[in-house]
Write a protein that binds this ligand. Structure first.
Ligand code: MLT
Length: 322
């Protein structure tokens, strides 16, 4: 290497290090892969608010729904790796590589994981005037004429899609699926009785269940949830082994400088311990990650193990997207 090139390399490395030290000097965009008003949006807005306290900059939430979350994830993967675009995504990040035959990014290599942020069970819910009062009655009604019942989901790879896929194969009946851009709009239509039922994260349903704006049949967890204590577990309601928990994580594009990632991780760790965020999550049956889970290593390990766990289940269901 001649002297000029060597000094240019040193100058570039020094500038990059200095930029990372000063980070962040302007607002950060947090991409959300589903519509506003849904569970991922709620997790993202609470996280953005808490993280902006320690980063000293606003985090602007941008909803980019479509294709089960893969549009926003694709955009994040292609963004400049400078820490000014980050992504909040859920379990769908681990199902996308099996579900989507033409996925334009690899969730493992295209991102620098920052950490896990929340985990929540799902709830099997219906419009407020749906005739069935228990899960057994709901299943009976579905089996009697499954095509007449509309099931809303937020696209292939959404948690509502995965839960619906497992539910329909467990009860042995295919309902009429209605795709939406997120569970925010689904909840509006469910409360207005425009659709019959869905399976949605407790994050989005706990308040509506307490207010009796929708009907609840079961929570997909081993234990009842303190925020919605009247809702039986799936096992109690007659569906043993039907458990599903939705985790959310925060990602930056691969190639983001280590010093920037360290600042984002420290800020995420402070967020999951933030009292206001914890209280709000507690009210909606959603668990914040622990400090140890809000780390790149924990998210990396969760993502890989979930990719392996979902692959055979999705292949057995045989439902893929292009
Ligand atoms: C949303 O925010 O709309 C959800 O996370 C969608 C889903 O995965 O069902």
């Amino acid at each position: 290497m001649n002297r000029l090139i060597a000094s240019l390399v040193v100058a570039l490395a020094t500038t990059t290090a200095a930029i990372a030290q000063e980070y962040p000097t302007k607002p950060i965009t947090m991409l959300v892969p589903f519509a506003a008003g849904g569970p991922t949006d709620t997790v993202a807005r609470l996280t953005a608010e808490a993280m902006s306290k320690t980063l000293g900059q606003n985090i602007l939430v941008e909803n980019l729904p479509g294709a089960g979350g893969t549009i926003a994830a694709g955009r994040a993967a292609e963004s400049a790796p400078d820490g000014y675009t980050i992504l909040v995504h859920h379990i769908g990040m681990s199902t996308a590589p099996t579900l989507y035959r033409q996925l334009r990014f690899d969730p493992v290599t295209a991102f620098a994981p920052i950490g896990l942020v929340t985990e929540a069970p799902m709830t099997i819910v219906a419009r407020p005037d749906f005739e069935a009062s228990t899960l057994a009655e709901l299943i009976q009604t579905i089996k009697a004429d499954s095509e007449a019942i509309t099931y809303a989901n937020a696209g292939i790879g959404a948690a509502s899609h995965l839960c619906g896929m497992l539910f329909m194969s467990t009860v042995g009946a295919q309902m009429t699926t209605v795709p939406y851009k997120g569970n925010g709009p689904i909840m509006t239509d469910l409360m207005g009785s425009q659709i019959d039922m869905t399976c949605d994260q407790a994050t989005n349903t706990a308040g509506a269940l307490r207010e009796k704006q929708i009907k609840g049949y079961a929570v997909t967890a081993a234990e009842r949830q303190a925020a919605i204590p009247e809702l039986p577990t799936t096992a109690e309601a007659g569906l043993p082994n039907f458990e599903l928990s939705v985790w959310h994580g925060v990602y930056a594009p691969a190639g983001t400088p280590d010093a920037v990632l360290a600042k984002l991780t420290a800020s995420l760790q402070a967020a999951v311990e933030d009292e206001a965020m914890g209280k709000r999550l507690n009210d909606i049956a959603t668990l914040p990650a622990t400090k140890d889970q809000a780390t790149p290593a924990a998210l990396k390990e969760r993502l890989s193990s979930e990719i392996a766990r979902w692959k055979p289940l999705i292949e057995a269901a045989g439902q893929f997207a292009d």
